[in-house]
Every structure is written in structure tokens, then in C-alpha cells.
Design a protein. Sequence first.
Length: 446
Amino acid sequence: MFDKLSERLSGVFDRLTKRGALSEADVDEALREVRIALLEADVALPVVKDFIAQVREGAVGEAVVKSITPGQMVIKLVHDALVKMLSAGEETATAISLNAPAPVPIMMVGLQGSGKTTSTAKIAKRLAERQGKKVLMASLDTRRPAAQQQLAILAEQIGGRSLPIVPGEPPVAIAKRALQAARLEGFDVVMLDTAGRLAIDEELMDEVAQVHAATNPHETLLVADAMTGQDAVTVAKAFKDRVSVTGIVLTRVDGDARGGAALSMRAVTGCPIKLLGVGEKIDALEDFHADRIAGRILGMGDIVSLVEKAIETTEQEEAERLARKMQKGEFDLDDMASQLRQLLKMGGLGGIMGMLPGLGKMQKQLEGKVDDKIVKRSIAIIESMTPKERKHPDIIKASRKNRIAKGAGVQVQEVNKLLKQHMDMSRMMKQVSKLGKKGLMRSGLA
Ligand code: GDP
């Protein structure tokens, strides 16, 4: 399926080959294909719509770096937006929280067959092995024949403990007994595997809500089968509306599920995906990594790394070019704009300043004073100048200042301030370049 998609997207790349900033037409053309890709990956339509609109807004006008095409650039932007949406801005995988007094109750909810019992055992094993936790497992599934035995068998397989079965005991009573036993026997964690049904019904939801109220779980993990795509999302929403789900365990990600469910799930429920089930074996559990899922949804990993490399190279080349000019004591307003743009991208002066000798201290002084809004305004002012003005700032007198201020939508004072800043900076560059040479001479390297 991804082969088809790759083909279609390469078609887009071939058509879009010009350089410069991304135009609306470039972005729209590439996004049309991305939209189909997302729908084919089983992302819910409203989520796709929102997502595409977001990417479009951010992408138009974005610079296309050397050696890649606008289409490839759009893919990279789409990938980054997917990662952001899947991780809600959190850098690392969201682990299960055990930050509560022991025994920490973890409740597992979900439909029958979603992989709840298997995931319960997988998580218990992981907590025991990786964090040295003593885990008690209890099945509250009194409906499905042999469900309680299934968990007991799994517990034995992983060398863990499960609550002894008392026939006929209702779910809430089992949960309370599990907590009590865990308290008495010094367990760190109690995993409560609730019953599922083939579909959402009132009785199931009531039971889940009752167990939740009786045990006040620290984590309520919803187990959802990725293979069921958008149905899984509907189910997740129903559970979320009834009990406070704290995280999602997405199972059967090893199948040919296309990952779209993950994106919809995150967007629709707002709950973080915490773990992925990737097989029937008890070890087949992975931390959730947004970039892997994004790659799966888009299926364009090669392009993403290609663009990342191209961006890195371009930035490096630009930084080196600037550093060379500065060392020669040349620094016009184009260079200043270029540096400001880098600054916005890198969020610091490190890349450029770090290349100049003797600048460590100044670098520290400048950092922390960088305000995005001011930087953007400065760039706008420079962009309102003619190329000649940028090369020779000394020709900028009153009438030119007025025109530039108008063009950038700022007061004339702002233009003056920027010109003064440029003068200060270029003076500083000259000094630094002298200092650098002297320093090099003293160290015997020049
Ligand atoms: P429950 O009814 O929700 O408790 O579901 P089970 O834990 O009994 O799982 C149902 C079936 O799905 C079992 O055959 C499991 O081995 C299988 N299963 C669970 N998780 C995964 C997974 O991540 N990948 C695959 N391929 N199979 C899984």
C-alpha cells in the first residue's frame, strides 16, 4: 500500500522542482496526496481535515533548502506535524506512572479481544524486570469463561503473581480483595484486568465505572486494537467519556494496521498513547515513539531523513559563510538578516558565534536576550530595504527610513534602532576578528 503512495508522492516531487519559498500551489498539490495517504492509513476524516489545515498554514512561505524539492519539503513538514500531534509536544515516550503510595492500582479497560489480558501480563512483566516492582495481577472478568484462569496461567508463565480465584465473586469485590491482599503482602503494583464485551454497552460501562470508583486507580489504561482502526477510536472515546482514562495501550501494531488509529486516538481522546503491543509473545511490548508511528502513517522515512540532512547541511554552510565574512570584518544588513533568521531557527547564537574565536562570553550575554517577536520585526525591517540599502546602510537617510518603516509596519524609531544595532554588531565583528587573529598569533597557530 505504501508503495503506491510513494509512487504517487514521487510524482508530486517530479512536478514540483522549483526553488525558493513554498508557494500555496506547491503546498496544496503535495497536501492533496498527503490527505489521501492519511485517509488510507485510516485516520478519521475530521482529524485529517484539521491536520491538513494546520500543516498548510505553517508550510506556505517556508524556505525550500538546497538539494531538495518543494514536495519533499512538504513531506518533512507533514512528518514533523504528525510527530507533534502524536506526542503532544512531549519529547520522550510517556511511561506508566507509579508515582503514588504502594500498592499502586492500575486498571485495564477495553473491549473483549482487544488484548487486555495479554497486555496486563506484558506490563506486569516489564514493571518487574525493568523496575524491580512486585506486581499482583487480578482478573475481574467474571463473564467470559476461563478469563480468570487465563490471567493466572499468564502470571505463572512470567513468574508473577495473580490473585487466587474465588468462584462467583463479583468484580468490585475482587478488586477490593486484590488491593487488600497487595497491601498485606507488600506488593508495589496491583493490575486490575476488567471484563470486556464485544461492543460497548451500558452494563459494561457501569461495571467499569463501579470498579473505578471503588479502587481509584492511579492509571486507567485503555487497551485498543489498532487493527480495528476508527472503531477503536469510537470505543476509546466512549470509555474516556465514562472513566478518566490516563493512557492508551495500542495493540496489534505488528499487523498491517496502518497507524492511522494512533493519530485519531490521540487527537480525539487527548490521551497519550503509552505503549504498543507488537505481537502475541509476552515480550512484544514497546514504548510509544511518535516518530516511528509518524513514519508508519506517512511511509516516507527516507525522504524525511534526506530533508533533515539537507537542512542541516544548508544551515552549516550558511553559518560557515557568515563566520568567514565576520572574520574579515564584513557584515552588511543581508548578513544580519541571515543571522537573525538562523537565530529564530536555532533558538540561540551557538552555531554562528561558536565558530568565532574568543566569543564565548559575548555569546552568553546575547543569549537570553533574544525575543522572537523582536527578531521577526528586525527581519521585516531589513526585508523592506532595497538590495543596495542592505549592502550600504550609510545611504539610508530620512526619506528612505520613512519608506522602510512603512513597508515593515513599524515606527521610524525602530528602523533607527535596527541600524544602530547593525552598526554596533559590525563594529563588534571587526573587534572580534582582530582579537581572533591576535589570539591565534599568540597561540602560535597563525
Ligand atoms: P482480551 O479479551 O482483551 O483480554 O484479549 P486477549 O489478551 O485475550 O487477546 C486476544 C488475542 O489477541 C490473543 O490471542 C492475544 O495473543 C492476541 N494479542 C494481544 N495483543 C497482541 C498484539 O499486540 N499483537 C498480536 N499480534 N496479537 C495480540
